[in-house]
Design a protein around this ligand. Sequence first.
Ligand code: C2E
Ligand code: MG
Ligand code: MG
Ligand code: MG
Length: 284
Amino acid sequence: HAKKRGGSQTRVYDATMEDALERKLEIEEGLRKAIERGELLVYYQPQVELKSGALIGAEALVRWKHPDKGLVPPGQFIPVAEETGLIKPIGEWVLREACRQAKAWQDAGHPPITVSVNLSNRQFEEQHLAQTVGDVLAECGLDPSYLELEITESMAMDVMRTLPALENLKGLGIQISIDDFGTGYSSLSYLKRFPIDKIKIDRSFVQDIAHPSESDTAIVSAIVAVAHHLKLKVIAEGVETAEQLEFLRQQRCDLLQGYYYSPPVPADRFEQLIRDFPGRSTPA
Ligand code: C2E
Ligand code: MG
Ligand code: MG
Ligand code: MG
């Protein structure tokens, strides 16, 4: 329809495109300096075991404390970081920070928790990904079993590249989960072929539980059933209400994450959560 439009409309359209490009370049420019300027932060969100009610993990989620714009959520800069490749240094920084923090909490005498770090597709381009992860773990002195890496279904599409890299990562003794499960287009066969430990049910399926229809119920039960048949754990993302929790309990979901417990919070507030958490397991 663009050709049919009048001249003024076309100019408005062009201006919008230009604005978008300018915004992108601005983000890119700022991101390049964000690490060295110490503007990146890691927030942590609790992961809770349903059966025991214990806090057993934390997902590490990056934030950008922009000098003018304030706290920028990842949705506004991760896509640019991925496009430009800046996600590689950023991802490595988040990994190091999360591992350092997990070890620091252990050293402070808290019951050990697993820290989950999101991995971008683009980080699989790095030849030495497993080597890097191994180095970071050694540097931080964190036992590999307390690190989990979250990958997405779309990564599983590129089996030739992903499978060997995942096997190298698994060889380190870390855990691997599939994030946003159910939103991708890949077949389920990779669940059998890939060395994974856990499936994260996407928030969209969990949110629908508020007004359960037969089909939503069916999707969640099916995911749990497939996962358990394959001896994988299941965690539900985006749990906000007691109703959702109860439904997920009935479905025998293993772990929960969501605002029902806490939004992602800075490290010092997370340590407070560890201290105060009702179902906490006492240190051995
Ligand atoms: P994700 O990995 O699926 O992370 C979960 C997102 O859901 C987080 O958004 C979290 O704040 C949000 N969330 C958790 N519980 C609830 C809930 O109960 N209700 C609602 N409405 N939302 C909830 P966040 O922190 O904005 O991150 C968005 C996405 O950005 C992440 O989705 C992940 O894909 C990406 N991301 C964040 N940090 C990193 C990182 O360090 N590296 C990479 N590659 N991606 C990251
Ligand atoms: Mg995630
Ligand atoms: Mg997710
Ligand atoms: Mg997501």
